[in-house]
Design a binder for this molecule. Sequence first.
Ligand SMILES: [Zn+2]
Ligand SMILES: [Zn+2]
Length: 218
Amino acid sequence: MLVDMHVHTAPCSPCSFIDPEMMLEWAERMGLDALCVTEHDEICGAQQAWELGRKRGFRVFRGVEVYTEMGDMLVFGWLKDAPGWKVPYRELLEEVHSSGGIVIPAHPFRGQGGLEEMLGGEGMRELLSTCDALEVINGGTSPDHNRVAAEAARRFGLPGVGGSDAHHLAQLGRALTEFEREIESEEDLMREIRAGRCRAIYMKDAPRLRRPSAGWSI
Ligand SMILES: [Zn+2]
Ligand SMILES: [Zn+2]
């Protein structure tokens, strides 16, 4: 089962150009099985997309991308707005875990030096030994930096997930998480990630997906 685990919609993510209805239309036509909406620091867009998905019969799972002093975290199972700007990672982790949720560092090695340069080896070790999984393929991150993330996940025994980080429709599905089992709910999603029954892949490795083409009327 193929899930894009990291999508931003407009207007709730002001940096995104993706209309939620159009996103569902494209996701269906591409052959995606489900997607996760993860707006920056707030839950409203995910909630709205989840409701649209229910009406349409397409699976949408709700998350939030929270900006912390240890970088961006994808959070599932915690349906709240971020409690502030640059949230302390430890506080977020505690709160999310106590409500049964999971925390997944997004694009941990994106950019020059990535998080490692920002946090140092010790900070990085703290992060990787406390989070629940790692985003090892991020659609907006270079393959080299994604490879470093995949290597870090292996070293720390963390499940790896993939998501497009789409801000434009054409980016939808460019990175994915392939699950071994069917996922019907956010509970299923978290359980399967915790159990490591998933792997991150690029769209080119999912040949059954149909790529969006100019011929599609939108
Ligand atoms: Zn954004
Ligand atoms: Zn993002």
